[in-house]
Design a protein around this ligand. Structure first.
Ligand SMILES: O=C(O)CCC(=O)C(=O)O
Length: 279
């Protein structure tokens, strides 16, 4: 499995993101989808918030990757070592989440930078990276992620709470939209988006007939260990696994009598708002 090429690394540095097509195979993604689909524990552990327009933003979030299929996706070398290329050294797992954007009701996400929240967690430098793995196809119709190319170069923008969501200062976002390209990140299942924590991004509500589930794994540079405790972990060694483990563990799970979210070691209290989930 090849890691990122020098061109992909340059794109990430220049644009604030890079899309890696087919990072996971159709088969791997199908096993993840089917596990998540039958996972009552994940369903129960998920939190729902109103997006302010009557639609539901639903996600399940956990800090430490376990030994099940979700853990294999977050710990496999093709993801972690690619992130380490982008961060220039050892990375550790900051948290992962499943964004459960359901057909017709999946809510919108306001423009924000992830570092807008993480900054408040004692993380000194924006040396983090998120990997969004498309579980379902993501299209404009079902509310794919939208990013402002190059916006990571603006540095951290203030975030202001409005309803349940903390969004980036809208005056700056509006000005940035006049100067930067807005890109709809259309993905097939298994495609992945690596993005910088200062990249401005948002997504529209899902008014379509198709769900848009995605897993987002977030990593921090080991050298960027937060200086204080927060609800996301300080440096914790990440035990990488071979890429083949994704299918091996995925099939072992689906054959088992019970498919469970419990491998995720969910430690977070169920959050009351997106603000709480993210900071
Ligand atoms: O999945 C989406 O539509 C948005 C998710 C997002 O922006 C985030 O988790 O920071």
């Amino acid at each position: 499995m090849s890691l990122l090429t020098p061109e992909q690394i340059s794109s990430y540095e220049e644009d604030g993101y890079v899309i890696v097509r087919g990072l996971f195979s159709k088969e791997e993604t199908k096993v993840l989808r089917s596990t998540a689909d039958h996972d009552n524990a994940m369903d129960k552990a998920s939190s729902s918030m109103d997006d302010g327009k009557g639609n539901e933003v639903r996600l399940a979030l956990w800090n430490h990757p376990g030994d099940g299929i979700y853990g294999m996706f977050a710990r496999c070398k093709r993801v972690v070592e690619s992130v380490e290329q982008l961060l220039g050294g050892e990375a550790y797992h900051y948290h992962s989440k499943m964004i459960l954007k359901d057909a017709k009701i999946g809510g919108a996400w306001a423009w924000h930078q992830d570092y807008g929240y993480w900054y408040q967690n004692g993380v000194l430098f924006p040396d983090l990276c998120s990997v969004m793995i498309a579980v379902d196809a993501a299209t404009q119709e079902n509310g794919c992620l939208q990013v402002l190319k190059n916006s990571h170069k603006m540095g951290r923008v203030n975030h202001i709470l409005s309803g349940d969501q903390a969004g980036a200062d809208s005056e700056r976002v509006e000005e940035a939209k006049k100067r930067l390209d807005l890109v709809h990140v259309v993905l097939d299942p298994g495609d992945s988006l690596f993005f910088h924590p200062n990249l401005l991004h948002c997504s529209a509500a899902n008014n379509s007939e198709n769900s848009r589930w995605a897993m987002i794994c977030c990593y921090n540079a080991a050298a960027n260990d937060p200086y204080k405790d927060s609800h996301h972990p300080r440096y914790t060694k990440l035990h990488k696994v071979e890429d083949e483990k994704v299918l091996e563990v995925g099939y072992a799970h689906t054959k088992g009598s019970e498919v469970s979210f419990s491998d995720l070691k969910v430690e977070d209290e169920s959050a009351q708002s997106l603000e709480e989930l993210n900071v």
